[in-house]
Write a protein that binds this ligand. Structure first.
Ligand SMILES: NC(=O)c1ccc[n+]([C@@H]2O[C@H](COP(=O)([O-])OP(=O)(O)OC[C@H]3O[C@@H](n4cnc5c(N)ncnc54)[C@H](OP(=O)(O)O)[C@@H]3O)[C@@H](O)[C@H]2O)c1
Length: 220
């Protein structure tokens, strides 16, 4: 393991003001870590804590991104839809010698360890059908999927200690304390993940090297 592993770390979280991200920030603070929350709209953050610093910026703001990463031990990227921003984050991590990068991705993004999964393929097909019926299977959706694929490629090609965390079907159920992780087709994963479990898993990656340079899918 090449990244720093201590009980108290400084964690930079990109996209810190989202729903799952609020849970992640709170869990990180409760664990004793310092958090640098990066957001384009910091006023949406409802948590106040002496160990929480907020930095305002877009995913294309190189100066603000560097300010958020300098002095940090770990970066968790939860925006997941701006590939140019992922490039800037990786550049800044290399500049400031930060090695550990955890990036949110989607179970739709395939991994070579996945096995054929009929149930998941059916669910994906049904989701596409519903999106088409609602008129949401549009250019914006396809752009988002394309950005997610680009991000996965950029992260995989970095020489950082990266983990891509693939999720689907987020909901607001309570933390289970038993988040499942693995690869499609193993019969272990369900199709939904609570935001609390997702936050739990992302935070575990800060000190756990199991999935370095891997892209596990997770579920509750
Ligand atoms: N819902 C699912 O089933 C699913 C599946 C796969 C992955 N995910 C990912 O899981 C994560 C957590 O989901 P969630 O529903 O809890 O999050 P959420 O409440 O939708 O929050 C998303 C956060 O990302 C920020 N953001 C979005 N687009 C951005 C952009 N272009 N530039 C900068 N910031 C941007 C938002 O900032 P503002 O508040 O300023 O808008 C917000 O803080 C998200 O990254 C989501 O993409 C979700």
């Amino acid at each position: 393991m090449t990244f720093k592993k201590t009980n108290k770390m400084t964690i930079t979280i990109f996209g810190a003001t989202g729903r799952m991200q609020h849970l992640l920030v709170q869990q990180a603070l409760d664990t004793g870590h310092k958090v640098i929350g990066y957001a384009r709209t910091p006023s949406k953050m409802t948590i106040q804590h002496p160990n929480l610093t907020l930095i305002k910026g877009t995913m294309l703001d190189k100066t603000a991104i560097e300010a958020a990463i300098e002095g940090s031990d770990v970066v968790i990227e939860t925006v997941g839809c701006v590939s140019e921003g992922t490039k800037l984050i990786i550049q800044a991590m290399k500049k400031f010698k930060v090695k550990r990068l955890v990036v949110v991705s989607t179970s739709n993004a395939k991994d070579s360890k996945d096995l054929p999964d009929k149930k998941f393929a059916l669910l994906l097909g049904m989701t596409r059908g519903v999106l088409k019926l609602l008129g949401l299977f549009n250019r914006q959706y396809r752009n988002a999927v394309s950005e997610l694929r680009k991000i996965a490629e950029i992260v995989r090609n970095s020489d950082l200690d990266w983990t891509l965390v693939r999720v689907a079907g987020l909901n607001n159920k309570a933390r289970s304390n038993h988040v499942k992780s693995g690869y499609l087709g193993q019969g272990r994963l369900s199709f939904t993940t609570s935001r609390a479990d997702m936050a739990d898993f992302l935070l575990q990656q800060v000190t756990d090297s199991t999935y370095i340079k891997q892209a596990p899918a997770i579920s509750s």
